[in-house]
Design a protein around this ligand. Structure first.
Ligand SMILES: [Zn+2]
Length: 306
């Protein structure tokens, strides 16, 4: 066993670092980077700026006892699969990590910026220190010589994040489950949500075991926003959109144009909202995508009367 060789990703001293029998693949176990195997070809191809990202990937992978295998031709793919967080999201994520590593409320967090920076997808410990100072400045952390502890406002903030679906990448789709709606879902709604970087969740296409009402309410709570298509004017769509508005989160309103026009019969209460009235799936896809991108970054805001 060779313990002198530094970790190829973080430069630290690994717990284990050894060539496999073929001497073509290095197997490493590192307190920062987790477990990975990397081929000689991958080591040659590796660029310095890719190292902290691979370190983050391997540490976050947590595949039991398995090693993440880094090959010369999957480096880009591994990096691309990492989520991309804005600085405010990273601030919240750091608070979440520190909370997860707090044994009991009031005790010090065991999060260690030198060891655990890959969990935040940070470049190094300095980046984590920057966010830590910001959490202290905002009153979410109490810092002493011995450690850092989350304050009660921090626990309140975490509860608020969980309730708001703020960190969620899911979009709940409320619509009529009918074959006549298949084209608009498959060719407009689902791809528009994916184009904007979110994941569509339509309850009848989602495996579930709970009672349908509990399942719907739970999924709505965990979604960042909602796309509600009122074509067919089903009671369930009104109900689900009403729930989302009650949570104070964005609802994007859609309807086939002929049903929205005068005499179309759409329920009076929702006619005040700014509908995407579409005539074709292609048009709906483009307008929906633009509308989703427009709400991004606004956070939980009531999409009030237009
Ligand atoms: Zn390492």
């Amino acid at each position: 066993m060779n313990t002198e060789r530094n970790c190829q990703l973080c430069g630290g001293v690994p717990e284990y670092s050894n060539y496999e029998i073929d001497r073509d693949t290095l197997a490493v176990q590192c307190i920062r980077c987790g477990r990975f195997k990397i081929t000689n070809l991958a080591l040659e191809a590796l660029r310095p700026e890719q190292k902290p990202l691979l370190s983050a990937f391997c540490r976050r992978a947590r595949q039991g006892n398995n090693f993440v295998t880094i090959l010369s031709d999957n480096i880009e793919q591994l990096i691309a699969s990492l989520p991309k967080y804005s600085p405010p999201e990273k601030l919240d994520n750091l608070l979440e990590l520190m909370a997860e590593m707090t044994p009991r409320v009031g005790e010090y967090t065991q999060f260690d910026s030198d060891r655990d920076y890959p969990l935040l997808i940070a470049q190094n410990r300095d980046e984590v220190e920057y966010f830590t100072q910001e959490l202290i400045r905002r009153g979410y952390l109490d810092g002493t010589m011995d450690g850092l502890a989350l304050t009660m406002p921090a626990w309140e903030r975490l509860e608020q994040i969980r309730k708001s679906g703020h960190a969620s990448t899911r979009c709940f789709v409320a619509m009529w489950f009918d074959d006549s709606m298949r084209e608009i879902y498959d060719q407009a709604i689902e791809p528009a949500i994916a184009d904007a970087g979110y994941e569509a969740l339509r309850i009848d296409r989602h495996e579930h075991v709970n009672r349908i009402d509990d399942e719907i309410i739970g999924q709505i709570r965990r979604s960042r926003f909602m796309v509600a298509d009122f074509t067919g004017q089903r009671y369930g769509v009104y109900f689900e959109a009403g729930l989302m508005l009650g949570l104070g989160r964005p609802v994007i309103w859609m309807c086939r144009k002929e049903e929205l026009s005068a005499g179309g019969g759409l329920h009076f209460d929702v006619r005040q909202f700014n509908f995407i009235a579409y005539e074709s799936a292609a048009e709906a896809r483009k307008r929906l995508r633009d509308r989703i991108l427009a709400i991004e970054g606004e956070g939980p805001v009531l999409r009030g009367p237009a």
